[in-house]
Design a protein around this ligand. Structure first.
Ligand SMILES: NC(=O)c1ccc[n+]([C@@H]2O[C@H](COP(=O)([O-])OP(=O)(O)OC[C@H]3O[C@@H](n4cnc5c(N)ncnc54)[C@H](O)[C@@H]3O)[C@@H](O)[C@H]2O)c1
Length: 269
């Protein structure tokens, strides 16, 4: 079944829009008629994303931002408000991996960096975006958290803490603005096929896929579909929700699946 959305007349801001999930979301919003501001640390990636959106007939522009710097975030949102007169949708998505080691070995400077980029950034974005949306009578925000915003993970303490923080911030902010027409939700992706996972050695990636009930990576386009739905009128009664789009990853299980080992153990008589 093909689902389509109509975002004509909307101004959409996507951070981390130059790659992966953000780029897919920016492209999908543009394909649905929105004007998209692609914000990213990398001008190369951001401009390339804008080019590809324009080549497909969409409307987009690039704005460079380091979301870990509050002044730059304020500037970015102010630019959108001044230039377009409104901000209908914000997808606060930029994020980075941490150094993945057992917690006691996690370097403190990496903790501070990942906290700044993954969590403080969302706080800065919400602070800047919400007043614009309240003043115009409403809007929708999606913060990209992670399956690691809902459950723990081996060697993922730093990253997990930042993404649980994103979910917490989303829920609390959603309550504060529920009567002001601003809906705020979180997207919790599982393992998604983006450059984010490119550094992962193949055996690790295979293990990640095997541990996912659907035994495959998700696609950035699948994340974009969830974001477009969350921001649409179809989700008009949904706020403060942390939506796992993860092939079943957060369903649990006791650490790992072992159906591949069943043949190695004695069959019951
Ligand atoms: N790919 C996955 O498996 C996965 C799973 C769960 C959650 N996530 C989350 O999804 C989001 C997007 O990840 P992705 O997989 O698309 O990664 P990606 O690396 O493909 O894209 C991230 C983009 O964010 C930009 N960025 C990084 N730091 C920035 C900063 N300080 N300011 C502005 N832009 C910055 C990068 O330049 C890049 O274009 C992240 O928040 C990530 O934590 C990803």
């Amino acid at each position: 079944m093909k689902v389509t959305y109509d975002y004509r007349g909307s101004t959409v801001l996507v951070t981390g829009g130059g790659s992966g999930i953000g780029m897919a979301s920016a492209s999908a919003f543009a394909a649905a008629g929105a004007h998209v501001v692609v914000a990213d640390l990398s001008a190369d990636r951001g401009n390339a994303a804008v080019e590809s959106i324009r080549a497909a007939g969409g409307k987009a522009e690039f704005r460079r931002v380091d979301v870990a710097r509050e002044a730059e975030v304020i500037d970015m949102v102010d630019y959108v408000r001044r230039t377009h007169g409104r901000l209908d949708v914000a997808h606060n998505n930029a994020g980075i991996e941490a150094i993945n080691v057992p917690l006691a070995e996690a370097p403190s400077d990496n903790w501070r960096k990942v906290l700044d980029v993954n969590l403080s950034s969302v706080f800065y974005c919400l602070k800047a975006q919400i007043p614009v949306m309240v003043a115009q009578g409403g809007g929708a925000i999606v913060n990209t958290a992670s399956a690691a915003g809902l459950i723990g993970g081996f060697n993922l303490g730093v990253y997990t803490a930042t993404k649980h923080g994103v979910v917490g911030l989303t829920k609390a902010a959603a309550m504060d603005y529920a009567t002001k027409g601003v809906r705020i939700n979180a997207l919790c992706p599982g393992a998604i096929d983006t450059p984010f996972l490119a550094e992962l050695p193949k055996p690790f990636l295979d293990r990640l896929i095997f541990g996912t009930p659907m035994t495959r990576l998700g696609t950035p386009a699948e994340m974009a579909q969830a974001v477009l739905w969350l921001c649409s009128d179809a989700a008009s009664y949904v706020t403060g929700h942390a939506l796992a789009v993860d092939g079943g990853t957060v369903l649990g299980g006791i650490g790992t699946r072992f159906d591949d080992l069943l043949e190695q153990v004695a069959k019951p008589q």
